[in-house]
Each structure stands twice: as structure tokens, then as C-alpha cells.
Design a protein around this ligand. Structure first.
Ligand code: MLT
Ligand code: ZN
Length: 457
């Protein structure tokens, strides 16, 4: 295989050392075997076409690889696959100020795109804790969400065009940055969220928007999780929100132990809400704060007085994932309609108490989007296998509650390997059969990221 790959790539862009395989064959999950056959680093679309055609002829599988910050094993190579890294396809190709569309290669890091927009007085609104290393191709492959969805939507909403290489090695230009295009099936949207199972996203046209006005950040202590939505509704009526996030005291404690930031205020609360809103609404926000205290929903609160303080308050939320990572969390990424959140939260909270009375549970997430991250932390004296086995046994009960509300077992992290066997809790047999058919159309020989999202047929 190495020889055939070196017919396409210079030798230094084909790597097979155990160290390299260990680095590029894995994402942020740490629970799956890591065993790629090779890693290649294309620099052009032609090289991607060539390696895809070779995979079809020689019968090996390909795993697209971006910043490897995924949390569901979507970029893990466990079976001798060739990992195709986009690290060297990281150029911004074009920017049109009239269209406000930037054309990027798939390996551009999200934070670089945000900076590129800011340098032009514009804004790329998709943001999350891993934006310093995640790449736009991976964001598109998982339709990444993050912390500003409540105002700006998901990655899908900002993609005006895609160049893709299908699993059969065909190059497609989908939508070409157009605003309006009523010419039938929009194939661009099939590739967004496909987790690299249909082909490679190699370039993207991404819309930018005007920079937002100055923002304020507020953190509130909330007594009962069931009051969170009343707090959200009160602030939604008073200010223009850019974010409404929540986290539990246990999640906060992990951040305080790992990051150099203070508690938001002296008193403790079981839960916290973090809000970001246009600074023009500060007075209305303070009045709303008083009203939520009077209603008994909120105990204490703080509003940022400087950018540095705003950043420190954001760290309390954005630092959670990294701070709990050493505890090998079993990650649940659930969503229901926003109106169902209070009852759903109560039910899941009860179930967690029943099933995990002895385990530490960390709640946080994008509650304003109906998206809850439920992380079960591994006790130090339990092996990863035993811990995962136990969590997997409980998952069906949790996912049954999700199904009952027609919610999603993976709101934003993707299905990958971690949630693959649970897909039927969120997608019907008819849908899964159609998804398989779609995959066969774009990837007839099944070379693209096999075993992710859909179990091998
Ligand atoms: C987050 O919201 O912090 C991210 O989705 C990562 C995580 O859930 O750990
Ligand atoms: Zn999240």
C-alpha cells in the first residue's frame, strides 16, 4: 500500500510510523482501538481524487481527518484505514467583499477563519471551545453547533457552497456560493453532517456577516434546573441574546481546579446560567435579573465589566470539556424541542439518580437550543472497558426517554462510532434504509469512513 500511496504523494507526505499513526488515527475520544495503516497529507484536490480512486481499486478504506477534536469517534481509524489529513490544505483561497463569502480549503482552522473575518470588520459566528484546533471541513462533516446557535444557527446555515470529492472519486461543485438556486436536490446539504461517509469536503464557500455590537456576559446562580427555561424566557423577552448556556456546580468545580479563574460570585448554586447579550440591553438585563431573583429562580449573579472579565466568565463554561477530560467522561449529547426541556430534564435527572447513584455526573450544555450534555465521569478504580460497558447498558433507558419526545441522541457531536448502535432511537428503519441507499450512490464500494454513523451492512 505504501508504494501505491507514494505514486501519488511524495514520500514525506506518507507516514506509517507508530507515533504518527497514533497521533492522526484518533480524535478526542479515548475509548476505541487506534490502528490506521497509513496517514497521507494531500495538498491538492487532484491528490484527493487520486487516493480515492486508488482506495476503490485496491479495496482499502479512507478516514477523513481534520483537527481531530471530535467526541464520537468519527475520525478514529481502527482497521488499517488510510487517514487523509487536511492539515496541509489550510489556505484561504478567495474572499469577495460584495458577496461576503470566503472560500476556504477544508483544513482551515476555525479560529483562523474567525480572525480572517475580524480583520475585514466581519464575523464568522460559529464558535466553540475547540475552535483553536478544529478545522472547517470537520465542522461541516458534523454540522457543528457550539455556543452561539441560539442567535446564529449551525454550521449548515453559513455554507454557501461546497466542493466535494465523492467516495467514487468524482469532483462536485455544489451551489457555488449562490444565494438562490432552485435547480433540484441540494447535494451540498447531504454532505453537511455526513461525517465523511459520502466523500471528502475539500473546499467551502462560507458566508460572513457584520460584526456584532459590543456584548456583555452574565452568570446567574439558579436553584432548580426546572427554573432554567423560565429564566431563559424572561431574558429573551428583554434583551437580544447571543448565548444562553448552563452548567452544574460539579462542572464548575472541575474548571476551578484546572483553570486560573475565580468563582463567578461567592455563593454557590446547584446550577448556573451563562448569558451573552448586546450591551445596549444592559439596563433591561439588570431589571430582568431583579425580577428572576424576586421570582425565586435566581439567587446571585454577576455581569461582566470588561472584556477580560467576560472572557473569564466564558472560561467557566468553555473550560468544562477539557477540565473533565482526564476523568474519561462517557458523553451524552441529547436534544429535545425547547418546550420539552423542563420535563425532559426532570426525567433524565431522576433516571441518572437511579442508575448512577455512585458515579459523578456533570451537566452542562446549550440549554437555549434544547441541547444537554450529560457527562458521566469514570471512577479512578474502574477500567475504561468496564465503565463504558456499564454506561452502554444504561444508555437504552436514557435514549428511550429521548425517543419518547422525538428528540436526538446526538445533537451536535455526531454519531461516529460512539452512538452508531443507538441510531435507531432517533432515526426510523425507513430513514436508516434510505441513508444506506444514499451512501451507496456516492460511495458504491464503501471506502469512505466505513463503520461510522451506519453499521457495516
Ligand atoms: C461543549 O459544549 O462544551 C462541547 O460540545 C464539548 C463537550 O460537550 O464536551
Ligand atoms: Zn456542546
Amino acid at each position: 500500500m505504501r508504494q501505491a500511496l507514494e505514486d501519488i504523494f511524495p514520500a514525506e507526505r506518507v507516514r506509517t510510523s507508530p507515533e504518527d499513526l497514533g497521533v492522526w488515527g484518533v480524535d478526542w475520544t479515548r475509548s476505541f482501538p487506534v490502528a490506521p495503516g497509513a496517514v497521507v497529507f494531500p495538498e491538492t484536490v487532484e491528490e484527493i481524487v487520486a487516493v480515492t480512486r486508488l482506495a476503490n481499486e485496491a479495496g482499502f478504506a479512507l478516514v477523513p481527518s481534520g483537527g481531530r477534536t471530535g467526541l464520537s469517534g468519527g475520525a478514529v481509524a481502527s482497521n488499517g484505514e488510510v487517514v487523509v489529513s487536511f492539515d496541509r490544505m489550510n489556505r484561504v483561497l478567495d474572499f469577495n467583499p460584495v458577496d461576503r463569502v470566503v472560500r476556504c480549503e477544508a483544513g482551515v482552522v476555525t479560529a483562523r477563519l474567525q480572525e480572517y473575518a475580524a480583520e475585514r470588520g466581519l464575523f464568522y459566528p460559529v464558535d466553540f471551545a475547540s475552535s483553536g484546533s478544529s478545522q472547517v471541513g470537520g465542522n461541516i462533516a458534523t454540522n457543528a453547533g457550539g455556543i452561539k446557535v441560539i442567535r446564529y444557527g449551525l454550521t449548515r446555515d453559513w455554507i454557501a457552497g461546497l466542493k466535494v470529492v465523492t467516495g467514487a472519486g468524482e469532483v462536485l461543485d455544489c451551489n457555488n456560493g449562490l444565494v438562490k438556486n432552485a435547480t433540484g436536490y441540494d447535494l451540498r446539504h447531504l454532505f453537511i453532517g455526513a461525517e465523511g461517509t459520502l466523500g471528502f469536503v475539500v473546499e467551502a464557500d462560507i458566508r460572513l456577516l457584520e460584526a456584532p455590537p459590543p456584548q456583555r456576559v452574565m452568570v446567574l446562580g439558579v436553584e432548580r434546573i426546572s427554573d432554567m427555561l423560565d429564566v431563559l424566557r424572561s431574558f429573551q423577552a428583554a434583551v437580544t441574546l447571543s448565548a444562553f448556556e448552563f452548567f452544574s456546580e460539579s462542572a464548575l468545580q472541575h474548571v476551578l481546579a484546572h483553570r486560573d479563574v475565580p468563582r463567578p460570585f461567592a455563593s454557590r448554586a446547584p446550577y448556573y446560567a451563562l448569558l451573552e447579550f448586546d450591551a445596549a440591553g444592559e439596563e433591561a438585563a439588570l431589571e430582568t435579573f431583579e425580577a428572576t431573583v424576586a421570582a425565586g429562580w435566581v439567587g446571585d449573579g454577576v455581569v461582566s465589566r470588561s472584556d477580560a472579565q467576560a472572557q473569564a466568565l466564558w472560561t467557566l463554561r468553555e473550560g468544562i470539556s477539557e477540565s473533565i477530560a482526564p476523568r474519561t467522561p462517557y458523553k451524552n449529547d441529547l436534544s429535545v424541542r425547547i418546550s420539552d426541556v423542563p420535563e425532559f430534564l426532570d426525567e433524565i435527572d431522576r433516571m441518572v439518580g437511579e442508575h448512577y447513584p455512585d458515579l459523578e455526573v456533570c451537566w452542562y450544555g446549550h440549554i437555549g437550543d434544547g441541547n444537554l450534555h450529560l457527562n458521566i465521569l469514570k471512577p479512578d478504580d474502574l477500567s475504561i472497558d468496564a465503565f463504558y460497558e456499564r454506561c452502554h447498558r444504561i444508555s437504552p433507558a436514557l435514549f428511550e426517554a429521548v425517543r419518547a419526545r422525538r428528540g436526538s441522541i446526538s445533537a451536535e457531536h455526531g454519531v461516529g462510532l460512539l452512538k452508531r448502535d443507538f441510531l435507531p432511537f432517533s432515526r426510523s428503519p425507513a430513514e436508516i434504509a434510505l441513508m444506506r441507499s444514499v451512501k451507496r450512490v456516492f460511495d458504491p464500494n464503501g471506502v469512505m469512513n466505513p463503520g461510522k454513523l451506519l453499521a457495516d451492512a
